[in-house]
Design a protein around this ligand. Structure first.
Ligand SMILES: Cc1ncc(COP(=O)(O)O)c(C=O)c1O
Length: 365
């Protein structure tokens, strides 16, 4: 199969750029006490996760959902899985227990005694044990218990709960990862990690175990990853990158583009492709146009991208245009497959196995 045979819209992976990103990240962590735990949510694709792990310097895989963990475990990608998110809701704790019963060394982030109790009940029923990281809020207005006393109290509850094994803490500094100014990013990440590390110290001083201190993302891998005491970094986007992260001073290349076909050239400075927002999210802004000087995306609608062109552009109906997504995670989640390219040759078509809500597909099958 060649590039020209791919039906559109379709996501393209530049294999060589992706491999360079994987090697660069692995090289950064080689020989350091801190390791990488690549975040699966960025691509939801076992074939990519396998390559990330094969490059070395990794502790295991990070997942955002139970479904992702199920895909990682059943595809045999890794047995060492951290669900870096709260697990609550019908059937979820049971599914985690099932993964543990199947041999996975599964660890779950917990920020409430409710979540801890649900997990404990399920693992006891399955006669297994799972690891727990206390999820500490380090500044991102999202999940996580307050650092210090509240986190210590929860750690104590977890440690004394049968079926749960306290392994450490996590704290995602998501409010810092996208700060474009390096000094400001370092300051924000540093402040967050002080809180996480102080909490880890309190937990240890209370005689509880805290071997894992997990944090970080693509924007802070070489900031948080250098801080003494942080044991692993949960970066995901680095492997394929997007235009939001490309604004930072990062060494990674954009390796994912969205291929579309020109449906119409309704005016001298405008064309319309079939790559609309059912194929590309705009939560981090419109995608950018690859390889056409001066062209930009005016708007995305359901099935259309309206692109402004220089008036002398020869683009005509039937031509193909690639866009750079602004946010890879939710964009990839809209597709079933990644088309992997070496030049014009499609070398692989990888299923995005954990896209959407796989548990709904299970219900339907
Ligand atoms: C819990 C958690 N860890 C790590 C990350 C890092 O991901 P990225 O590499 O895309 O910054 C994210 C991203 O949202 C996250 O939610």
């Amino acid at each position: 199969m060649k590039l020209c045979d791919i039906p559109t819209p379709a996501l393209l992976v530049d294999r060589q750029a992706m491999e360079r990103n994987i090697q660069l990240m692995a090289a950064f962590f080689r020989g350091r006490p801190c390791k990488l735990r690549p975040h699966f949510k960025a691509h939801k694709t076992p074939a990519i996760a396998r390559r990330q792990l094969a490059a070395g310097s990794c502790t295991g895989i990070t997942c955002a959902t139970v479904s992702e963990a199920e895909v990682v475990a059943t595809a045999g990608v890794s047995a060492d899985i951290l669900i870096a998110n709260e697990v609550l809701g019908p059937g979820k704790a049971m599914r985690v227990a099932k993964l543990a019963a199947g041999g996975a060394d599964i660890k779950v982030a917990v920020d409430s005694s409710t979540a801890a109790s649900e997990l404990a009940e399920a693992v006891r029923a399955a006669a297994v044990e799972i690891g727990v990281l206390v999820d500490v809020n380090v500044g991102l207005p999202r999940c996580g218990i307050a650092p210090g006393g509240p986190a210590l109290e929860l750690a104590g509850q977890v440690a004394s709960t049968e079926g749960l094994r306290l392994r450490g803490v996590m704290g995602y500094e998501g409010h810092a990862v996208a700060i474009t100014d390096r000094e400001a990013r370092e300051a924000a990440a540093g402040y967050s990690m002080e809180q996480l590390l102080a909490t880890a110290r309190m937990i240890r001083e209370a005689g509880l175990s805290c071997d894992i201190v997990s944090a970080g993302g693509t924007g802070t891998y070489d900031i948080t990853g250098r801080i003494e005491g942080i044991t692993e970094i949960q970066a995901g986007s680095y492997v394929l990158m997007d235009t939001a992260y490309a604004k930072l001073d990062l060494p990674f290349e954009r390796a994912l583009s969205l291929l579309g076909t020109v449906l119409s050239r309704p005016g001298p400075t405008i064309c319309v492709t079939d790559s609309g927002h059912k194929a590309c999210t705009e939560d981090h802004g419109n995608p950018s146009v690859k390889g056409i000087e001066g062209a930009f995306v005016l708007l995305l609608s359901d099935e259309h991208a309206t692109i402004m062109l220089p008036a002398d552009s020869p683009i005509a109906p039937g031509d193909r245009i690639e866009l750079w997504p602004s946010h890879i995670d939710p964009t990839i989640n809209l597709h079933d497959a990644l088309f992997v390219l070496d030049g014009d040759e499609v070398t692989d078509v990888w299923p995005i196995a954990a896209r959407g809500y796989p548990e709904q597909r299970t219900l339907l099958s």
